[in-house]
Write a protein that binds this ligand. Sequence first.
Ligand code: MN
Length: 163
Amino acid sequence: MKNKPPTMAALATFGAAPTGAEGIQITPNGASPSTIGSTDYFTGHVVVVPLFPATEFTHGTGGHVTFAPGARTAWHTHPAGQTLMVTSGKGWVQEEGRERHEIKAGDVVWFPAGVKHWHGATDTTGMSHIAISYMLGGKNVDWLEQVSPEQYQPSVSEQRATA
Ligand code: MN
């Protein structure tokens, strides 16, 4: 039984399992150091806590990301999509050419592959989310230009709509 991978039937019943796992694996909080979001890919104060790597079966990396008010990602795409689960606070997500959406704790967001977007806090509230980013061809994100202050600041009509 040692190192025997789960059968397809087991996967169908229980979902994807860690590669080669012999039993339950618990990764202690803090096992991987948190990092400050790089100014190449983020604006403002961002803390990234790595949660889990992709495996042969799960294909997605997990991370817990916290944005201070005003902080956000750069524009980017994901080659195989991304799921966000908002764990606290309130933030914004936006797809290029479309209006932004407000997201709050408990919301789940799916970005399809290749859709150009950004996510982050609102200008007045912090926001944390767990991000599961799916791998394709050895990568899970393609970074683009920063979200400018003009793009980030809600327009007058948007502010009126949410008031
Ligand atoms: Mn994304």
